[in-house]
Ligand binder design. Structure first.
Ligand SMILES: NC(=O)c1ccc[n+]([C@@H]2O[C@H](COP(=O)([O-])OP(=O)(O)OC[C@H]3O[C@@H](n4cnc5c(N)ncnc54)[C@H](O)[C@@H]3O)[C@@H](O)[C@H]2O)c1
Length: 369
């Protein structure tokens, strides 16, 4: 088992990473907590059917479990869902020494996490992530939130979990589009922080290059656990140094400035966040090339990896100006500064607060179909 200790201002907690750890869920809980009262298990209908029911049955044998099954989808990361969770807590008399298990992807982790952080001034929170994004990113670091009035993550807070349980086996049932969604984040970690991540992904994927099932085979491969571990270790290290997102946590936004703008222009329904970030990463690489930091050959190699991982390589929108405007709009709501993170070289990133408009537009044009 890989264990990562995350030490923050208010809490020090462990992330346990082990393929198949869900089989031993009751002993994991009993070893992690001295005393367990009620357990509030929150998930969505899709994950409940695939994994949740089996896991709850195990926990129920030892503990008093109250279950809430929400509906699947980003649109349910809402104030209505939050109210439903609070009502569920009230009905079941949730106390501060009760445990909330958020079992699902980032949507469940963020929503149930926010409810747990605010109800009765904070319940015990266990993040139990089931997607790549949630295992390597959203479950770690305490950002919990809901969307409100169409604005993503606008109502939220920092609330570190008390434990993270990470079982890479749960990823085996992800649809391919969700695997692709998570791979952009993994590539980001590899480019900005740890090239061994890219090497490992390259190695696994190139062992069955042509196979239709290559992405599913990759996440089933035991060596992929090391990829998850390395990414989680990076995220937790950054959170320890910059818990409240005032400094180096910004580096996690590599590819996100242009990625968010692409997402907005193409439409949230037409492109996944991970795909938009992958395209944003390509633009950030072109920015790095234009600024004279890295060579063209770097991008060529990256594009080969993108192809193998079925990541998008072209932006399906001719509208550079709209993408640029979307970046400018973001700038307005981030106090006039657009942060561009570029690579000086592999695993060495640098933040620029403003870059010449022509250079930015060219980096987008180069990646347009
Ligand atoms: N808190 C943070 O720091 C942070 C960081 C990144 C993203 N996020 C948030 O996370 C959310 C995105 O997370 P996500 O990509 O995990 O999306 P998600 O939670 O919507 O999950 C994606 C889809 O996969 C399904 N699913 C989950 N686990 C599965 C499994 N094991 N097998 C089969 N299907 C499964 C879900 O039901 C859903 O349909 C966004 O709301 C984003 O804002 C938060």
């Amino acid at each position: 088992m890989n264990k990562i200790r995350v030490t923050t201002l208010n809490r020090s907690y462990e992330m346990l990473i082990k393929r198949g750890i869900s089989d031993k869920i009751t002993s994991v809980l009993s070893e992690s907590f001295n005393k367990i009262n009620k357990i509030f298990f929150i998930t969505n209908n899709k994950i409940f059917d695939i994994h949740g029911e089996k896991i709850i049955k195990k926990i129920e044998r030892c503990y008093d479990v109250r279950m809430l099954v929400l509906r699947d989808g980003e649109e349910y990361k809402s104030s209505t869902t939050l109210t439903n969770i609070y009502e569920f807590f009230i009905k079941n008399q949730a106390h501060r020494d009760d445990i909330v298990i958020a079992f699902g992807g980032g949507v469940i982790g963020d929503t149930a996490g926010f409810a747990a952080s605010t109800f009765n001034r904070g319940l015990i929170l266990v993040q139990y992530p089931t997607t790549i994004i949630s295992q390597v990113d959203s479950s770690i670091g305490g950002k919990v939130a809901i969307n409100f009035k169409g604005i993503k993550n606008i109502v939220g807070c920092f609330y570190q979990p008390h434990l993270i349980i990470c079982d890479p086996d749960l990823l085996n049932t992800l649809e391919e589009k969700e695997i692709i969604n998570g791979l952009g984040e993994i590539i980001k970690y590899g480019l900005v922080f740890d090239h061994k991540i890219i090497e490992a992904v390259n190695k696994i994927i190139n062992e069955n290059p042509g196979s239709e099932e290559r992405l599913k085979n990759m996440i089933k491969d035991k060596r992929f656990d090391e990829v998850i571990f390395r990414c989680s270790k990076i995220k937790s290290g950054i959170v320890e140094k910059d818990e409240f997102d005032n400094g180096i946590r910004n580096y996690l936004n590599f590819g996100h400035t242009i990625g968010h703008a692409i997402e907005k222009v193409i439409g949230f329904k037409n492109i996944s966040h991970g795909q938009a970030v992958s395209l944003g990463i390509l633009c950030a690489i072109d920015l790095s090339i234009s600024l004279g930091f890295i060579e063209d050959s770097f991008k060529k190699e990256l594009l080969e990896l993108y192809g193998a991982l079925k990541l998008p390589v072209k932006i399906y929108s001719k509208n550079v100006d709209d993408i640029f405007e979307a970046i400018r709009f973001d700038k307005k709501i981030t106090e006039g500064k657009t942060k561009f993170i570029v690579l000086k070289k592999l695993n060495e990133a640098v933040i620029f607060n403003d870059i010449d408009e022509t250079i930015i537009k060219n980096s987008i044009i180069k990646n347009i179909e």
